[in-house]
Write a protein that binds this ligand. Structure first.
Ligand code: ARG
Length: 458
């Protein structure tokens, strides 16, 4: 197959080299964006008088035909034509003849490939933001249904203080909301039109870049052609935001794994989102959560791969940059899949309340409330902490839980205790007294739910 760049070459490309340099196996994914960009470019060339309107028309209709060929699965990609750009250009020549050769006027594959990835990523970021929103709405609905569901909150994975499950779920929602914001911000750097930078220096032709920008709906055009063809910051930024999303999902996944064990027993995944064991018939495993946790590794790896490809790369375009695509595509596909699976897993899961009796029995969850009570009765917090510590030690010795101890016993430890202490160390009371903005009181949670319902509507 004759290559579009073969003019100065006497020998044909070595087969091994051809296979080594080809990116068509994966950049085929960009076909729709490549065609969209080429259509806009051809129309701009006609608009600027660089080619004739009739020529642009032929080019555009040829490109539309090629799009149909891709969509119906009958476009045959050739490795000898290296990448998606040359495959499409060569097919265009087959379809419309020599006028196809005018499409590449005032353009290089260097700015073309940047355009394609930016169009691709702009669309994918939009979808990922939608998936994040979907997951956030799922969490919000679950939170609204579980306000009265009290579970032990943990620090150091030790039982710490009682919290509402709704509050815990909304903590995960906050992380995802920051992710969505981060992507919106990254979008500002993605949504920039590089076409017209050509190979690196710009072009001799009197083109109208703003016209192409308008046709493709970009917010900005690039200001420096050298930067434009070699900039991959936008996809690294996206990959970093994606790594953060996976980190968040992975933390949540770890909880789902723990919670679905018989040791915790806070959640049961549906059969539809679990798998069994090939040897142990009784097993029902939280595989979706484990896979999300596991896939976080490859998304981190992709980010490191991209940073490393860019390290020490001299200006402007270098072929190294072709290595941007596989990590990027893998990250996009992985994050989308993980978000969808996580949403499905949570929508079909059942949370299992821990009976309050069980909660009371272990962990001294309201010991901090006892210390706070003593502060209100006049003790400095450090002393109150000490007295409460002694009370816990006493309970441990007597094998009692905090709510079982009598006022007489308490008063032997400190005369500050009065009978209203029992009201303060009851679990629900403890939750509701965390009545600060951002706290776990049920009133505050309801306010957060109202706010989030309003904000997530958009
Ligand atoms: N397939 C190439 C890439 O992904 C397209 C740009 C090729 N440019 C070049 N000067 N060889 O980067």
């Amino acid at each position: 197959m004759k290559k579009p760049w073969s003019g100065r070459f006497k020998q044909s490309t070595d087969r091994l080299m051809e296979a080594f340099s080809a990116s068509i196996a994966y950049d085929r994914k960009l076909y729709a964006y490549d065609i969209e960009g080429s259509i806009a470019h051809a129309q701009m060339l006609a608009h600027s008088g660089v080619i004739r309107p009739g020529e642009a028309k032929k080019i555009v209709s040829g490109l539309r035909k090629i799009l149909k060929e891709f969509e119906s699965g009958c476009f045959e990609c050739k490795e000898s034509l290296e990448d998606i750009h040359m495959n499409i250009e060569s097919r265009l020549a087959e379809l419309i003849g020599p006028v196809a050769g005018k499409l590449h006027t005032a353009r290089s594959r260097n700015d073309q490939v940047c355009l394609d990835i930016r169009l691709y990523l702009r669309a994918e970021v939009g979808e990922i933001r939608e998936s994040l929103l979907e997951l956030e709405k799922t969490l919000l609905a679950l939170a609204a249904d579980h306000i009265d569901f009290i579970l032990p909150g943990y620090t150091h994975l030790q039982r710490a203080q009682p919290v509402s499950l709704a509050h815990h779920l909304l903590a995960h929602l906050e992380m995802l909301e920051r992710d969505r914001e981060r992507l919106a911000d990254a979008l500002k750097r993605i949504d920039v039109m590089p076409l017209g930078s050509a190979a690196l220096a710009g072009t001799n032709f009197p083109i109208d870049r703003a016209y192409t920008q308008k046709l493709l709906g970009f917010a900005k055009i690039s200001n420096n052609s050298i930067d434009a063809v070699s900039d991959r910051d936008f996809l690294i930024e996206f990959s970093a935001a994606a790594a953060m999303i996976m980190m968040h999902l992975s933390r949540f996944a770890e909880e789902v794994v723990l919670w679905s064990s018989s040791e915790f027993n806070f959640i049961e995944l549906s059969d539809a989102f679990s798998t069994g064991s090939s040897i142990m018939p009784q097993k029902k495993n939280p595989d979706p959560a484990e896979l999300v946790r596991g896939k976080t590794g490859r998304v981190y790896g992709n980010l490191m791969a991209l940073l490393t490809v860019m390290k020490s790369l001299p200006l402007a375009y270098n072929r190294d940059l072709q290595e941007d695509k596989e990590p990027l595509f893998d990250t996009v596909d992985t994050v989308k899949m993980c978000l969808a699976v996580f949403t499905g897993m949570l929508q079909t899961a059942r949370f299992k309340p821990l009976p309050l009796e069980k909660l009371r029995e272990s962990g001294f969850l309201t010991a901090t409330d006892m210390a706070d009570y003593l502060v209100e009765k006049g003790l400095p917090f450090r002393e109150a902490h000490e007295v409460t510590g002694q009370t816990v030690a006493y309970c441990l010795e007597k094998q009692k839980h905090l709510e079982e101890i009598t006022l007489d016993e308490l008063r032997k430890i400190s005369a500050r205790f009065e009978k209203d202490i029992f009201d303060r160390i009851a679990l629900e009371k403890s939750v509701d007294r965390k009545d600060v903005h951002g706290g776990t009181s049920r009133k505050r949670i309801r306010q957060q739910i109202t706010r989030l319902r309003r904000e997530l509507k958009s």
